[in-house]
Design a protein around this ligand. Structure first.
Ligand code: ADP
Ligand code: MG
Length: 238
């Protein structure tokens, strides 16, 4: 059974259809990357999965259950945004704890879980620091930590690396890949960057103008592009 299933998802804003029948199954532990030019509908798709945007028609299922009518907090997901808003006045520990604010865990279990996540992210020594005492990469890890701490079935990333400089972006790609291998969560990652998509994905979903152009492994879309848009976008020989 797919961990995440999208069936004929449609989104209309003010009578304009911006997403046209998006369907996809994401298997447990899979790392799927949505890639396409700005405005093609990547964020809207992610926001519908998260419950931040109403679905016009179609269904979003998580763990085999349709979640269209569930609040974001009642969906087994966590989201990391481009402007990973972490709280400047809170310590790393409290920022990560924010991810557990609706959890019913005991205080002691929460503290244990926070320490565990900090360990996985290599942030144990920084738990009592404030964000302004951290590097850009460390701040990014705090944002990821806040999402991870609840151990969601599905992680949603919306261009989380776009605001980082080139060197840090490459480093964070590797870190997120490593984290995925270690933790094994299901990830849906959105980017407009082809290289990022090709290097990180188990499977790529290539979008244009609210339509899926192709779904496949990086090798499949590179060697067998479905159309000239895909070939050009991926930079494959046409
Ligand atoms: P991407 O993330 O791929 O850049 P988006 O999902 O943000 O694309 O946007 C897809 C399309 O939907 C764009 O044409 C955008 O202008 C439109 N759109 C997104 N959000 C809204 C909104 N709240 N109201 C009206 N149109 C929107
Ligand atoms: Mg976007």
């Amino acid at each position: 059974m797919a961990t995440l299933a999208l069936r004929d998802l449609v989104k209309t804003f003010d009578k304009t259809e911006v997403l046209h029948s998006i369907s996809l199954d994401v298997e447990d532990g899979e790392f799927v990357v949505f890639v396409g030019p700005s405005g093609c509908g990547k964020s809207t798709t992610l926001r519908m999965i998260a419950g931040l945007e109403e679905v016009t028609s179609g269904t979003v299922s998580i763990g085999g259950k349709v979640v269209n009518n569930l609040e974001p907090k009642d969906r087994d997901i966590a989201m990391v945004f481009q402007n990973y808003a972490i709280y400047p006045h809170l310590s790393v520990r409290r920022n990560i704890a924010f991810g557990l604010r609706t959890s019913k865990m005991s205080k002691a279990d929460k503290e244990k879980r926070i320490e565990e996540v900090a360990g996985i992210l290599g942030m144990t020594e920084y738990l009592d620091r404030r964000p302004n005492q951290l590097s850009g990469g460390q701040r990014q890890r705090v944002a990821i930590g806040r999402a991870m701490v609840r151990d969601p079935a599905v992680f949603l990333f919306d261009e989380p690396l776009s605001n980082l400089d080139a060197q840090l972006r490459t480093q964070m790609r590797l870190e997120i890949k490593k984290l995925h291998k270690q933790v094994g969560n299901t990830i849906v990652f959105v980017t407009h960057d082809q290289v990022e998509a090709m290097t990180m994905a188990d499977r790529i979903v290539i979008m244009k103008d609210g339509h899926i152009q192709q779904i496949g492994t990086p090798a499949e879309v590179y060697h067998h592009p479905a159309n000239s848009f895909v070939a050009q976008f991926i930079g494959a020989p046409a």
